[in-house]
Write a protein that binds this ligand. Structure first.
Ligand code: AMP
Length: 333
């Protein structure tokens, strides 16, 4: 029996190379070894201000992009969170075994609520506060064994374990304690400001889209900041380190070794380094762009595929909810 892996992504704007190298590439690889469920978590996107029309379009686009990257619905389940209502049902049950105090300690809530309070809207929803409880439901509704996480999500996963343990203690054995699955993934920095993590929120010039057309991709790499002007002594500057890390992420090991030797000998020229990085990224993204274009020809077919896959997710989630209803004193449907 393969162990179960669960991982989710919010349907934000187009995927960038940071998302790919930092998360999705690993999702694709995990399919060989695990029983994988991947979710596009549209309900989580509602916790911050958003546009309903965009949410719907972004959800479909994210599903298309995941398929284009190599998530294989024959081997894995690719679901949309709101199409599996058991997530929200379990969320309610878990809300009742989660304390206000432990939610108040979540650093992501503190960061995001401060961010909201300092912007014009100022409305901090209860949904944002209980976001990690829904996340626990996402994981535990499938009784996932492993969750690939970055450092920023470790606290939420620990909460999921606490919820599982508390539920089991209070009502009877039902949930495993999901464990983090750490994989070495690169942190991709902005090309325009390599001291910051590549993120959409920094603005377009900071981000290289995974489906970006060749011309603008090459332009962004060409303009990549190599020297930030700070005296770094013997250390490689963050911009150059980022370019090397991208080469490695693209699995261009020979080119990486050759250019690293040039660097050590003090003979590295940034122009050729950027050229090799741009070539590697173009080579990688061309296949993705072609697959995305193919899928976009028939969005109805993608929607049907997602509906079927979400239905498979639902069948599994329902089994958990049946047991939860029995254990908690609710009528079994
Ligand atoms: P986000 O939409 O920012 O929540 O990111 C979705 C996934 O991509 C998460 O697993 C992030 O850890 C990962 N990710 C986002 N930006 C980067 C980056 N610049 N480098 C590496 N991983 C990233």
């Amino acid at each position: 029996m393969k162990k179960t892996v669960l991982s989710c992504i919010q349907p934000t704007g187009e995927m960038h190379i940071g998302n790919y190298f930092g998360a999705i590439k690993n999702w694709v690889a995990l399919q060989d070894q695990y029983d994988c469920l991947y979710g596009v978590v549209d309900l989580h996107s509602m916790t911050m201000p958003y546009d309903p029309k965009e949410l719907r379009a972004n959800t479909l686009r994210m599903a298309i992009e995941l398929l284009a990257c190599g998530i294989d619905p024959e081997r894995s389940i690719l679901f949309v969170q709101s199409m599996v209502p058991e997530h929200t049902e379990l969320n309610w049950v878990f809300n009742c075994v989660t304390s206000y105090g432990e939610l108040s300690r979540m650093t992501q809530f503190k960061d995001k609520s401060e961010q909201l309070e300092s912007s014009t809207g100022k409305f901090v929803s209860a949904g944002l506060f209980t976001y990690p409880v829904l996340q626990a439901a996402d994981i535990l509704v499938y009784r996932a064994d492993f969750v690939p996480v970055g450092k920023d999500q470790e606290q939420h996963l620990e909460l999921s374990r606490n919820i599982a343990v508390r539920f089991n203690g209070q009502f009877g054995d039902c949930f495993p304690e999901p464990q983090p699955l750490f994989t070495k993934v690169p942190k991709v920095m902005s090309l325009a400001d390599p001291t910051k993590k590549m993120s959409k929120s920094l603005g377009d010039k900071h981000v290289v889209g995974l489906f970006e057309e060749e011309k603008s991709l090459r332009k962004k790499v060409k303009r990549a900041v190599t020297d930030t002007g700070e005296a770094t002594g013997d250390e490689m500057s963050p911009g150059v380190a980022n370019l090397f890390s991208l080469l490695e992420a693209c699995e261009k090991h020979d080119e990486h070794a050759e250019l690293m030797n040039a660097y050590r000998e003090g003979a590295l020229q940034y122009g050729p380094l950027k050229g090799v990085v741009a070539d590697a990224l173009v080579e990688l993204t061309q296949g993705f762009i072609a697959r995305k274009a193919e899928l976009e020809k028939d969005p109805g077919e993608v929607e049907r595929l997602i509906a079927r896959s979400s239905e498979r997710a639902r069948e599994r989630a329902k089994l958990t909810l049946d047991q939860v209803r029995k254990l908690t004193g609710l009528p079994v449907l």
